[in-house]
Design a protein around this ligand. Sequence first.
Ligand SMILES: [Zn+2]
Ligand SMILES: [Zn+2]
Length: 428
Amino acid sequence: MKLYGRICHDLNNITTEKLKASKPGVSNVQGKYICHQCGNTDQTLFFQYYCHHCNKETTYCRYCVNFGKAQSCKDIYIIESKRHQTDGKYRLDFELSEQQRIASENIQRAVLKYEHLLLHAVTGAGKTEMIFAGISAARQKGDNIAVVSPRVDVVKEVYLRLTNAFKDEQIDLMYEGQFAQYNSTFVVATVHQLMRYDGHFNVVIVDEVDAFPLEMDQQLMHTIQKASATSASHIYLTATPNKRLLSQFNHSQIIKLPARYHGHPLPIPEFQFNTIKETKLNPKLLKFLKQQIENERKTFVFFHDIRFMEKVFNIYRHYFSKIEYVSSIDSKRHEKVMRLRNNEIDIMFTTTILERGITLEKLDVVIVNTEKFNSSAIIQIAGRVDRKIAYPNGKVLCYHEGLTKHMMHAKNEIVKMNRLAFQKGWIT
Ligand SMILES: [Zn+2]
Ligand SMILES: [Zn+2]
């Protein structure tokens, strides 16, 4: 493995690679600290301690400490980037839909011209297949590629599909605890992992960019920028772009993809006033869940709060045999998701952890206290339903204790996208 285009802390780790530059991990510019590993300038994330090697105070950056400590008394090394051409061959087992083809051509064009693009694609549009041709074109030129997402589960899923299609490419998979094994010509990683690079990538494709907490947007953009070569194309894929992201693109750089790959419309959220209590059985919810079992359909019930969900779960667990709950702090979450995929769970109480990345047949969703969810979460949750062509007409049942702007916005967005897809003749 070579460390092309990477930041490294110890020159013993390189062999034939060339050193491009070295600089202190942290420096002080006009009274303000800046970290040269991650680019952080947030002064609250810099800390001092007494370094016994140099016998003086040293300043280090806590933001990127997981990638090796960047500190003022020690240099970091930027390794020269390298390019390597392949034939970019890939396999696709089906034909792209018209919408996917248009997207694919636009991505390919942007990649070749080093331009930026935002694809506003509905959930289930078949985004991954749209990027194949662009990746292929870039690899044929020898351009280095990173496909990144804020979420580990999305990264793993995308990696599986890319390795399946690009059998001859050496694809590096990177997330916390998972390290590169090749030379970083084609990287699939969490966005954070890009901090390891400097001036290396000609193409960065950011999947599910909205899954990143909004307050970290700035850092995310900065990390992508720093990891990119002087000539680089950035492609953003999202079902729910926020205003800040939209404002960074001009009209011609935004492509709307309103249709699902299978040609059925998006399910519309149904709002019902209904209060779910942690102390009392709710007859409406119980009846709905019993119907679901009778109809042999699966249900995700979404909650905004883990403790509340657990209490409510304790009421309903007595009525169903294949019922479970899951959250981000659940140590058995991977096992539970596996059981879900194996058809061993009918009803899953969940936090927003399951709002993306999972596709099940015959799935309906219930949102409890929808007024506590933002529009992006509502759109993502609704997007879990009707993903497979065989079983349309799924339900997105939104229990609430009062309509909010976010709820209305989510519904309007979905209705608008359906209308647009219909006008284009992409859904029936
Ligand atoms: Zn840093
Ligand atoms: Zn020192």
